[in-house]
Design a protein around this ligand. Structure first.
Ligand code: AP5
Ligand code: MG
Length: 212
């Protein structure tokens, strides 16, 4: 599981980890964005929360994840990105019988996060993520693999970003202590890594933790 504030690099590192270990990325944010794009009932509901930078209600998120984890491709492992992000969600995950091998906590300073999120662009169909300056696509505004247009997430404007960071501090950061305690009891392993620096260096640090 990757744990850390919006913009710390969870999605960016998740793509690499999933390729390296041949496991699916379970990103609740990506699931909601796909539902929003298809204008499903779930999407309309999720949009009303995510556009304001609020969390979608726990019960809805948990039943969605439970269904997803039942899929065949999750039976040999998976990576959680953006779930759980409240204590009730973490308890629901335990109740599903899931025990986490590794919790990786990424951290970066607030002002860096704001720069990252306001400069982020993404490819809706694949979730591939870029940054105007830090991780530009080969052709401006186009996805490297498909050449399709990149877009800005509707929750990546500065006001909503700052609110998401607030919500993170109040509702998600308490999970760090929750999993620290679980690690002390031998139920999981926890690692604290810097989310600052070159993407490749962070990848290498994550790999060290996962192979260690
Ligand atoms: P979600 O999609 O999970 O968003 P988030 O947690 O706010 O995290 P982000 O995706 O913004 O950041 P990230 O850490 O993945 O960073 P990234 O790698 O893209 O959730 C969105 C919404 O959905 C929520 O607000 C909520 O409404 C709802 N939701 C989702 N899950 C939920 C749940 N469990 N419960 C309730 N509601 C839920 O990187 C950011 C940028 O930085 C990119 O441009 C990237 O290129 C760049 N970058 C990455 N690494 C580096 C680096 N090392 N150096 C420089 N730039 C970098
Ligand atoms: Mg993400």
């Amino acid at each position: 599981m990757l744990l850390g504030s919006p913009g710390v690099g969870k999605g960016t590192q998740a793509q690499f980890i999933c390729d390296a270990f041949h496991i699916p990325q379970i990103s609740t944010g990506n699931i909601f964005r796909a539902a929003i794009q298809s204008e499903s009932t779930l999407g309309l509901l999720a949009k009303s929360y995510s556009d304001r930078g609020e969390l979608v209600p726990d019960e809805l998120v948990c039943s969605l994840v439970k269904n997803r984890l039942d899929d065949a491709d999750c039976q040999s492992g998976f990576l959680l990105d953006g779930f759980p992000r409240t204590i009730p969600q973490a308890k629901a995950l335990e109740a599903m019988g899931v025990s986490l091998d590794h919790v990786i906590v990424l951290d970066a300073p607030l002002e860096e996060i704001v720069i990252r999120l306001t400069g982020r662009r993404f490819h809706p169909a694949s979730g591939r993520t870029y940054h105007l300056i830090h991780q530009p696509p080969k052709v401006v505004g186009k996805d490297d693999l498909t050449g399709e247009d990149l877009v800005q997430r509707s929750d990546d404007n500065e006001d909503v970003v700052r609110h998401r960071l607030d919500v993170y501090q109040r509702q998600t950061a308490p999970l760090i202590d929750f999993y620290r305690k679980q690690a002390e009891q031998g139920k999981t392993k926890i690692a604290f890594l810097s989310g600052l620096g070159k993407i490749e260096e962070i990848q290498a640090n994550i790999l060290n933790v996962l192979k260690g």
